[in-house]
Design a binder for this molecule. Structure first.
Ligand code: OAD
Length: 244
């Protein structure tokens, strides 16, 4: 393992541009459950009820109660050493983009700036009728389900649900950052949900070096250049070079 860590550190040290893709695994050590692990959220809840526009239309109160529970949990959590290692990496590299599937905002809280939130952000709400959008950090929420200040329509969380379209401009920004990078780091994601799942493969396809960090091998691990097995909070701080 020590040898793999040194190798990853050398690769990152040589790179001018780095794109990082994170998933729920990086926030697990902050105490936020992942989706597909033993205690994963999708083991206890049916994503069709919670993470789809149809489920929301059927029962907005139920969906908002679920999101309210998650907002309450996240509001008490803090970034961990894995998050802070990525802040350091952004500081020392001329080109750095952090693509995250996480909606918890912990990368921003830690101090990263160039973030693409592929699946949205739990602290934002959008009106289903007039598209009014607002940041709302209320815990507890004043009303469930919350309604629009502008037109009294129903507000939904600004998160990407199954069968929602991710804006093309967001996907473009991810692909451009991969193109501008020498190295892609894939951190704490099962690699099951598209389009994030294909991003490391695209990076490989266009000749970039791809390093993965995960507790266990993911379905795409055999295709990557280097796979470091362990906790992100242990491994990330060890592979960040000290200077450019
Ligand atoms: P998953 O729950 O599918 O996968 C979490 C990954 O993190 C697994 O591969 C774990 O092995 C790994 N992991 C857990 N703890 C770790 C740790 N401490 N250090 C390193 N790795 C660790 O979560 P995602 O891949 O993020 O989408 O899921 C992708 C999307 O599926 C989510 O964004 C969400 C969900 O449905 C939406 O809500 C749209």
């Amino acid at each position: 393992m020590e040898e793999l860590i040194q190798k990853a550190k050398e690769i990152l040290s040589r790179a001018r541009g780095i794109t990082v893709l994170t998933g729920a695994g990086i926030s697990a050590e902050s105490g936020i459950p992942t989706f597909r692990g033993e205690d994963g959220l999708w083991k206890k809840y049916n994503p069709e009820d919670i993470d789809t526009a149809d489920g929301f239309r059927r029962n907005p109160k139920y969906v908002w109660e679920w999101y309210y529970g998650l907002r309450e949990l996240i509001s008490k959590k803090e970034p961990n050493p894995g998050h802070y290692a990525l802040v350091m990496l952004e500081k020392i590299k001329p080109y750095f983009t952090l693509i995250t599937q996480n909606i918890d905002d912990l990368h921003r809280t830690a101090g990263n700036a160039n973030i693409i939130e592929l699946h949205g952000n739990i602290w934002w709400m959008r009106c289903m009728d007039c598209s009014y959008i607002e940041e709302n950090r209320e815990v507890p929420l004043a009303e469930i389900p919350p309604t629009c200040k502008n037109c009294s329509g129903l507000l939904r969380p600004v998160v990407v649900w199954f069968r929602d379209n991710i804006p093309l401009s967001t996907i473009d920004a991810c692909l451009l950052s991969i193109e501008d990078s020498d190295v892609m780091l894939i951190v704490g994601t099962s690699g099951i949900v598209e389009p994030a799942a294909s991003m490391g493969l695209i990076a490989k396809h266009v000749g970039k070096t791809v390093i993965e960090i995960n507790l266990e091998e993911s379905i795409n691990s055999p295709k990557y250049d280097l796979v470091l097995l362990g906790k992100t909070g242990d491994i990330l701080p060890k592979i960040i070079p000290i200077n450019k």
